[in-house]
Design a protein around this ligand. Structure first.
Ligand code: SAM
Length: 292
């Protein structure tokens, strides 16, 4: 087996050889602890049938661990300076394709034509923290049905994504993700295992796709609009937030009132107390009562 990229000494050696300097604006914090990488691969339950998508391979620390366990790995890296580095560090592996592109601009359906064998598709990544949420939503909303994501992010964002109703961390992001996926925090990663060290601890979040969305809604777009509206001002009641989003005229008030009644939801409650089921009930009532 090749010498691990992810040790502090080898990482420094690679950075020096290529004269690489970190760009904070690209969220570059590289992992230098092989034990953490082994734990990530174990959490994702990757085997020789798994096709893996990686976001931001950096110098290839996680990529090589994925390549050792998986069938194939498709990695997207935005930083052009890292492309020759990756060609060097990953040269011992023939089951990796590095694509130089912004993950947010990538058509995942098209790119995954690289996988030459059917099998579960999993996203495994140490995400750039400045765009964690847009990346998650880009992947979840893509036509490609990713089976599982095992992704590292700031602990606070992982807490928000996996939060349950009635907690401080629960919000529209929790709902947007939990609608598609079962979310659990797998383990916490201390900031000391990165070069350079980030300011906060990180967490590995595991998301497994549900066979069908968590709740049945008649109009997904409107459901997500409703869940966003309910949290615009967290300290306001559901009623006040809905008036602000949907309009305050007589007809709108009547429409909101009837729908809340039908869904059996007290307008004085706050958005953070509503479960996914209650949001779905309200969204479906709003749709059913919509006029024109
Ligand atoms: N996977 C490496 C590791 O664990 O050591 C590096 C992880 S580092 C937190 C994030 C990586 O994502 C960097 O290599 C950065 O250049 C890359 N990146 C940042 N924005 C990106 C984007 N929009 N699309 C693709 N890669 C991006």
């Amino acid at each position: 087996m090749n010498k691990d990229i992810a040790t502090p000494s080898r990482t420094r050696e690679i950075l020096q050889k290529h004269g690489f300097s970190f760009k904070k604006s690209l969220g570059q914090n590289f992992l230098t602890e092989p034990n953490i990488l082994n734990k990530i691969v174990a959490t994702a339950e990757i085997d020789e049938h798994t096709n893996v998508i990686e976001v931001g391979p950096g110098i290839g620390a996680l990529t090589e661990h994925l390549a050792r366990a998986a069938h194939q790995v498709l990695a997207f890296e935005i930083d052009d300076r890292l492309i020759p580095v990756l060609a060097d560090t990953l040269s011992p592996y023939d089951n990796i394709k590095v694509v130089h592109n912004d993950i947010l601009k990538v058509d995942l359906m098209k790119e995954t034509a690289y996988f030459d064998q059917a099998g579960p598709i999993k996203v495994v990544a140490n995400l750039p923290y400045y765009i964690t949420t847009p990346i998650m939503m880009h992947i979840l909303e893509s036509d490609l049905a990713v089976d599982e994501l095992v992704v590292m992010m700031q602990r606070e964002v992982a807490d928000r994504i996996s939060a349950k109703p009635g907690t401080k961390a629960y919000g529209s992001l929790s709902i947007a993700v939990q609608y598609y996926m079962e979310a659990t925090t797998a383990f916490i990663v201390p900031k000391t295992v990165f070069i350079p060290q980030p300011n906060v601890d990180s967490a590995i979040l595991r998301l497994v796709r549900r066979e069908t969305p968590a709740v049945e809604v008649t109009n997904e777009k409107e459901f997500f609009k409703l869940t966003k509206s309910a949290f615009i001002l967290r300290r306001k009641t559901l009623w006040n937030n809905l008036l602000n989003s949907y309009g305050k005229d007589e007809a709108k008030r009547a429409w909101l009132e009837t729908s809340l009644q039908q869904a059996e939801i007290d307008p004085k409650r706050r958005g953070e107390t509503l479960s996914l089921e209650e949001f779905a009930r309200l969204s479906n009532a709003l749709e059913a009562n919509r006029q024109g």
